[in-house]
Design a protein around this ligand. Sequence first.
Ligand code: UD1
Length: 424
Amino acid sequence: MKVECLEINGGNRLKGEVAIGGAKNAALPILAACILCEEDVVLRNVPDLRDVRSMLKLLARLGVKHEQLEEGVFRLRVEDEMNCHAEYELVSQMRASVCVMGPLIAKRKRAQVAMPGGCAIGDRPVNLHIEGLEALGVESDLVNGDMMLKCKKLRGAEMFLGGSYGSSVTATANVMMAAVLAEGRTVIESAACEPEIVDLGDFLNTCGANISGHGTPRMTIEGVTSLKGGEHTVVADRIEAGTYMIAAAITNGELTLPGARVEHMIAVVDRLRRIGVNVERGEKGIVVSSSRRLEPRDITTQPYPGFPTDLQAQTTALLCLADGNSVVTDKVFPDRFMHIAELKRMGANIRREGSTIVIHGVKRLVGAPVMASDLRASAGLILAGLIAKGTTRVRRVYHLDRGYERMEEKLRAVGGDIQRLSDG
Ligand code: UD1
C-alpha cells in the first residue's frame, strides 16, 4: 500500500458547491444483500471508496461477480455459491464485511465469517448479530477466530435487538437480510432506524422482499421464498454532507451541497444552528455559511435520529474554536476519542472524562503533523487543518480513503489549500 499524507495550509474560506455522493454505510450492506438475489442487480450512486472496493473483492471471492457499467453504476450477479468463507484478511480491513453473514446463512445455509475484533474507536462486539440470527434458528460456533454458522431452515421470530448502547446498525442489517428468506414473520424490536437501514429495506423490497416498518424501532419482515434482482439508487451520504457542512462552518465559508438530504440531518442542522452556523435549503441543496462567532454547545451522540457518532470528531474540531466551554459525550462509542490527542497538538484545549470531553474554546488552532487513527477522526483533523494557522500534515490518510470520495479534490475545488503527498 502507498503511504500518503495530506498537507493543508489553513486559513482559506471555502466557497462553492460540493456534490454529495452515495452513502458508504448504505452501499456496503446493499452490496452484501446481492448474495440473496437470483437475478441481476443494478446499483447506482455507488461511491468510489476503498471500503466499496473491499466489499466487491469479498463478494467476488464469494461467487458474486460485478461489472462497472459507468461511474457509480454496477451490475452484480451470483455465479457460484460454493465459497461461504469471509476471511480474516478482508474482515480485519473492513468491519462491514460482517454484513455478508446474514445473506450467506439465509441463501446458502452456512457461513464462516472471521470475527472483526476491536478497532481504534473501541471494542466492537457482534453479540447482537449472533443473537438475532440464533433467534431465526441459526447454530453458531466460534472456531479459530471464525464464526461458523449453519442452519437447516430459518424460521421467523419476534426478537429484541437492543444492546447496552442502543440499537445496532449492522446487526439490524444482518438480521433483516436473513429474515427476508425465513419461513413466516419476523418482528425486530429496537431495530436501528438509520436512513441507511431504510435504504437497505427499500432495496430488498424492490427485489421482492416484504419488509415494513423499516425506519422505525419495530420492523416486520414477512419471509418470501426467493428474491429476484432489481435496480436501486443508493441514498445520499449524510455523514459526508455533515462533514462539508462543518467544513463551511469552521472556515467561515459558504458551501452549497447538491444531493444532500436535509430530512436525514435534522439533529445535525439543529446543533449547527445553535452553534451559530446558518443552514438553509437552497434550490440546489443545503446551503451552509458562517460569518459569526461560534457559540459553545453540549452535544451527545446517539443512534438515529440523534446526533451521529460519525460526526463527533468533526464537530469536536469545530467546537475547539467556540467562544467558551462545550461538552461532547459519545453514547454510541464511548472510547471514540483518539483524535483528541492530535487536536491538542494543534493547540486545542480538551479534557476527557470517560465518554465525555470538555472543550475549552481557543482563539486559533496551529498547524502540526498529526496522525489519523480512523476514518472520521481523519476528517476531523483535516477540518481543523483547514482553519489552523500554518501547515498541517495528516498522516495515515488511508483511513480517510475508506469512506470519503476524493475529499482533497472536493475541498480544493472550493478553495481549500490541500494536497496529497507521498509520506515515507
Ligand atoms: C455502523 C456504521 C458506523 C457507525 C455506527 C454507529 C456501517 C457500515 N457502519 O457501525 O459508521 O459509526 O453504525 O452509528 O453502517 N454493539 C453491541 N453489540 C453488537 C453490535 C454493536 O454492543 O453486536 C454496540 C457497539 O459496540 C456500539 C453500538 O452498539 O457501542 C452501536 O454500534 P453499531 O450500530 O453496531 O455500529 P456498526 O453497525 O458496527
